[in-house]
Design a protein around this ligand. Structure first.
Ligand code: SAH
Ligand code: MG
Length: 201
């Protein structure tokens, strides 16, 4: 992987205000991947491919990332970027709306990274749980949304996003089959695994 090219892509994305993963968030996920090398990763929200390229260095041999993006300009750029960085064989970019693509997927993934339309997080969660391997993990970025989610914020154009992020957090923290941690890194990162121990009644 061409690190220098990757850094150039990162700087260009930052300059263009493309919302790529923040360094402290990436650090948390990288550490997990370092300890739990994945075979398959699903990403919802490719943008220009930056996070997918970062994650790709932790894949097991023959591993793959499927990543979904609906913006045509970004898809084009992401495709060029994965070639430039030399990881095109590991990253499969699905062009289209994740709301339509996710229900068509059938394979299991070791990790799902949710990083797309905030108003769709509850739907993305239901799909991520369907597609997650029993020992898999879900990372959801931007769940605290600039502090709006935990505040008493509710009259603004981001109202739908905030309501859906709150619903996401409620579901992952209250569902007894899931274990969730929410970190204040970046714009808020929710980390969800399936409860390991079977519950005795
Ligand atoms: N994961 C990237 C950043 C993604 S930014 C990184 O860290 O490098 C979020 C992206 O999700 C945007 O490019 C946006 O176009 C895309 N997106 C938002 N809603 C989507 C949807 N419903 N289906 C597919 N892509 C979506
Ligand atoms: Mg994000």
């Amino acid at each position: 992987m061409d690190q220098e090219e990757l850094q150039k892509i990162k700087q260009k994305a930052l300059a263009e205000h493309i919302p790529i993963i923040m360094d402290d968030t990436l650090q948390v996920i990288d550490q997990y991947l370092q300890e739990n090398k994945p075979q398959k990763i699903l990403e919802i929200g490719t943008a220009v491919g930056y996070s997918a390229m970062c994650f790709s260095s932790f894949l097991l041999d023959g591993g793959r990332i499927d990543t979904i993006e609906r913006d045509e300009e970004r898809i084009k750029e992401a495709k060029e970027n994965v070639k430039k960085v030399g990881v095109a064989d590991k990253i499969n970019i699905w062009a289209g709306d994740a709301v339509e693509i996710l229900p068509t997927l059938e394979e299991k993934y070791d990790m799902v990274f949710i990083d797309a339309a905030k108003g769709k997080y509850p739907f993305f969660l239901s799909q991520a749980l369907r597609l997650l391997s029993p020992t898999g993990i879900i990372f959801a970025d931007n769940v605290l949304y600039k502090g709006y989610v935990m505040g008493d914020y509710n009259k603004h154009k981001q109202r739908t996003a905030v309501r859906n992020l709150r619903e996401y957090i409620k579901e992952v923290t209250e569902n007894p089959e899931l274990e969730t941690e929410i970190l204040e890194v970046g714009d808020g990162l929710a980390i969800t695994k399936r409860e390991v121990h079977s519950r005795k009644s």
